[in-house]
Design a protein around this ligand. Structure first.
Ligand SMILES: Nc1ncnc2c1ncn2[C@@H]1O[C@H](COP(=O)(O)OP(=O)(O)OP(=O)(O)O)[C@@H](O)[C@H]1O
Ligand SMILES: [Mg+2]
Length: 416
């Protein structure tokens, strides 16, 4: 009856075991404790690959289909639909179940114990402003976890879990704002933590605010793609008829991780060919046709994501588009990324301040801001959150591990 904490993330997943001797994060792929939440269905061998291996199999050009960001399907009507994998129709629930089963089996093989109880992470909101859809998303994830072999499934909010991970390292009582900005969602909580609080059986009174938005790194990828890359493929380029531009939706979908596979149909390609005849610059749309024909959408999205990450350390980068056309690059800058993401980043700053209001606190009453989730490495995002909390100490959390560790601490507390 071993319990674990499971952070099934939009981009990365982790699992920790709550054993009698304490908590232990498990290496899920080689020596890595993170597993990219990616799955590749090989149409020849019919064996799915997971994580980095899935991405590598896709990049190597194997005949098959890559899926990423599948967590974002939770909370949408797609969760009850099917997708075509080669000749087989597979439900999205089954796809998520395959990832969860793989993580569970990997951890069981590494430790030799059967994992039966799980504390699953969940964002504060899977869906913004729709409590019923939110509850359906949690129910779907619970069903999937049970179908994957967990007999006891419970949930903890991801930012509260991160707070528990932070609490394990503080030596005195403090009020902390936890900001967890991941691939799919941004979650905030304000909590009272401290060595004396950690042992309390009921922590409800220590949670002063808990809020979230469906904004994350995949949105920043989409916005950067539309700003810097899609114009090279004909996005917003003029048609022969005066004043008309190419329609947006193809480019928006191609820039959205979870929608890329839906574009790989003969109908969409025929639309693009038709558009080429109406375009002033058909050579741009020819590139779009190549991407669709050769199923390069994920590879392109990976280049964009790499560019976004590089802009966290560099003022300017060139996104390499040689996979579409020899010698083609999309130069861009941190400043342009900042402008592209200004809108959602502004909403993050507002959400941070709303949390203070919810907690009934002034900014100067918050001792620390704990940053976790990969997207807190983005300068514009960090700037927005830190700017809303002048004076607070900034604590750099483990960007990819804090939530999973906190869920494991919670598993020990609940099932220990
Ligand atoms: N240096 C960096 N600069 C900017 N963004 C980064 C950096 N490193 C990683 N990211 C982004 O962080 C995101 C992944 O973060 P994380 O692993 O915390 O998400 P997740 O937990 O899987 O998602 P969620 O919690 O929303 O379900 C990706 O969008 C990735 O591109
Ligand atoms: Mg996360």
């Amino acid at each position: 009856m071993t319990a674990c904490g499971l952070d099934f993330g939009t981009s990365n997943s982790t699992l920790g075991i709550a054993g009698p001797e304490g908590t232990r994060m498990i290496a899920l792929e080689g020596r890595h404790e993170t597993l990219p939440s990616a799955i590749f269905f090989d149409f020849e061998t019919h064996h799915p690959a997971f994580g980095r291996a899935a991405i590598n199999a896709y990049v190597a050009g194997g005949e098959g289909r890559l899926m990423r960001s599948i967590k974002s399907v939770l909370g949408t009507s797609l969760i009850d639909e099917e997708t075509l994998l080669g000749r087989r129709r597979v439900g999205f629930r089954e796809v998520i179940g395959l990832v969860i089963r793989h993580i569970k089996a990997t951890a069981e093989a590494a430790t030799g114990v059967e994992l039966t109880r799980v504390v699953h992470g969940r964002p504060v909101h899977f869906v913004d402003g729709d409590a019923a859809a939110d509850a359906r998303a949690e129910d779907a994830l619970a069903d999937i976890a049970r179908a994957s072999g967990f007999s006891d499934v419970s949930f903890q909010y991801e930012p509260i879990a991160a707070a528990l991970a932070y609490e394990a390292q503080v030596t005195r009582e403090e009020i902390a704002l936890i900001a967890d900005i991941g691939g799919g969602t941004s979650d905030f909580s304000i909590v009272r933590i401290g060595p004396d609080h950690a042992a309390k059986p009921d922590r409800a009174g220590d949670i002063l605010a808990n809020e979230g938005l469906r904004i994350g790194g995949t949105d920043f990828d989409r916005l950067l793609s539309l700003e810097a890359v899609m114009p090279h493929l004909g996005y917003r380029s003029p048609l022969l008829r005066d004043g008309l531009l190419t329609p947006n939706h193809l480019f928006v979908d191609l820039a959205t991780w979870a929608k890329i596979n839906f574009l790989y149909t003969p109908g969409v390609l025929a639309d693009v060919r038709r558009l080429m005849r109406e375009a002033r610059r058909p050579e741009l749309l020819e590139r779009l046709a190549i991407v669709l024909e050769q199923h390069l959408g994920h590879a392109l999205a990976m280049r964009v994501e790499e560019g976004k990450i590089a802009l966290s350390d560099h003022e300017r980068v060139e996104i390499d588009l040689a996979l579409v056309e020899a010698g083609l690059t999309a130069p861009t800058t941190r400043e342009r990324l900042g402008v592209a993401v200004a809108d959602p980043v502004q909403r993050l700053a507002t959400q941070t301040r709303d949390c203070l209001t919810q907690a009934g606190l002034r900014a100067d009453q918050v001792d620390a801001v704990f940053l976790t989730g990969g997207s807190t490495l983005l300068p514009a995002v960090r700037g927005a959150i830190i700017g809303a909390m002048p004076g607070a100490r900034i604590v750099e959390g483990d960007k990819f591990g804090a939530v999973g560790l906190g869920l494991t601490i919670e598993a020990k507390r609940r099932y220990g």
